[in-house]
Design a protein around this ligand. Structure first.
Ligand code: NDP
Length: 256
């Protein structure tokens, strides 16, 4: 029921592209207020404009407040400044979508650069944990809230050349499962969305900007698009308050 999103305030991390951008726009369309967070301020501004348009087209009177927060989730000092960067009228947050994340490189263990290992853990794991800690404190005080974490099929199945990325997503899975159990006696909800292959900037980042290498990943198959995952996230967020979508694994039909 879409009315459950009306006037809710949502933080979407990684909102400057792909799944995060599509999620921000879909929440906007549903009458929510959205705080769009990522590093690239220019890209965030464009997605914010799409949110404004989606909200206007919906004809809804509720929601429609949007803010961009340029923040690097891999930097704990920047995470600590989160509340200062959010306009006062949007600080009563209802939903956190921890979506920012990436994989860099396909090297096997032994060849992976230490900086890449650290960057993946700092973003995919420490950033997600840091933001969750900040929001769970608030959610406990008001006895309401929803944490939605982006895991991956890589959080269930390791693969050669993905040791660090799969380790980060296994960590997301373990962390999210523990959080769910810690909050089980409260109305606060915890969801993990685990996509298979989604065509976004993700593969371009993985191949360090080589777009043709990125395209080859999807040869012979029809990958998911960002909107497929956004719909799942917004669906989980709009279930009745007594329903918690704990995990959702979503594949393209032709991915095994
Ligand atoms: P994109 O590369 O399109 O988007 C990644 C987003 O994360 C961007 O908005 C980027 O913004 C942001 N981001 C990356 N690093 C940081 C950082 N340090 N601080 C803040 N924001 C950051 O990829 P997707 O949309 O595909 O990925 C979204 C999530 O989905 C990720 O967690 C990914 O692991 C997961 N996923 C993706 C799959 C796929 O096949 N695409 C499959 C399974 C899971 P900016 O550069 O502006 O900071």
């Amino acid at each position: 029921n879409a009315t459950r999103l009306l006037n809710k305030t949502v933080i979407v991390t990684g909102a400057s592209s792909g799944i995060g951008a599509a999620t921000a726009v879909l929440f906007a369309k549903g009458g929510a207020n959205v705080i769009l967070l990522a590093r690239r301020a220019d890209a965030l501004a464009k997605v914010k404009e799409q949110c404004v348009q989606a909200h206007q087209a919906s004809g809804l009177k509720e929601g429609g407040q949007f803010a961009t927060v340029s923040l690097d989730v891999s930097d704990k000092t920047q995470i600590a400044s989160l509340w200062d960067k959010i306009p006062a009228e949007l600080r009563n947050v209802d939903i956190l979508v921890n979506n920012a994340g990436f994989v860099f490189g396909t090297e096997h263990v032994g060849d992976i650069k230490e900086d890449d290992i650290e960057a993946m853990f700092k973003t995919n794991v420490f950033g997600l944990i840091g933001l969750t800690q900040l929001l769970v404190k608030e959610f406990k005080q008001k006895n309401a809230g929803h944490v939605i974490n982006l895991g991956s099929i890589a959080g269930r199945e390791p693969y050669a050349g993905g040791s660090i990325y799969t380790a980060t997503k296994h960590a997301v899975n373990a962390f999210t499962g523990s959080l769910l159990r810690e909050l089980v006696s409260t109305p606060i909800r915890v969801t993990e969305i685990q996509p298979g292959m989604v065509e976004t900037e993700f593969s371009i980042v993985r191949f360090r900007g080589d777009e043709s290498a990125a395209k080859k990943v999807y040869q012979g198959m029809q990958p998911l698009v960002a909107e497929d995952i956004a719909e799942e996230i917004v669906w989980a967020a709009s279930r009745p308050p007594h329903v918690n979508i704990a995990e959702s694994l979503i594949f393209p039909v032709n991915q095994a």
